[in-house]
Design a protein around this ligand. Structure first.
Ligand SMILES: [Zn+2]
Length: 128
């Protein structure tokens, strides 16, 4: 079935790592959403009482930034799972080279080989 360089066993390892990460991110996101609604509620109470809500506002922004990161990572993890099921997993998105298993094990959602990834990162940093 496999159309890439990975063995069935390696694919299974990566798949379980991805599924685990997906669950972790789901839980973290749920916790942040809970934190957000608590902060919202506390802010309303404080405002009603005329207190300063700057501290809470800061915490809310940290929660929002974290949630953004997690949503993005969740997207990458889901995309990696789809690639894994589609049989195109582990090939560099830029040069189609086979991404070594070691790299995939450390970063199962990796889209590019090491060389392309560092080129890509430099490119986005310059563009930003
Ligand atoms: Zn590449």
């Amino acid at each position: 079935m496999s159309t890439t360089h990975l063995s069935e066993g390696q694919r299974a390892l990566i798949e379980s790592a991805l599924v685990l990460r997906q669950h972790q991110l789901d839980r973290q996101l749920a916790a942040h959403h809970e934190g957000l609604s608590r902060a919202e509620h506390a802010r309303e109470v404080l405002q009603d009482e005329g207190h300063d809500a700057i501290q809470l506002e800061g915490e809310r922004e940290i929660d929002l930034a974290l949630s953004d990161l997690e949503v993005r990572e969740l997207g990458e993890v889901s995309a990696a799972l789809r690639r894994l099921q589609g049989g195109r997993f582990g090939l560099c998105a830029d040069c189609e080279a086979e991404i070594p298993f070691d790299r995939l094990q450390a970063e199962p959602w990796a889209l590019r080989c090491v060389a392309c990834a560092s080129r890509h990162e430099q490119g986005t940093r310059r563009g930003a």
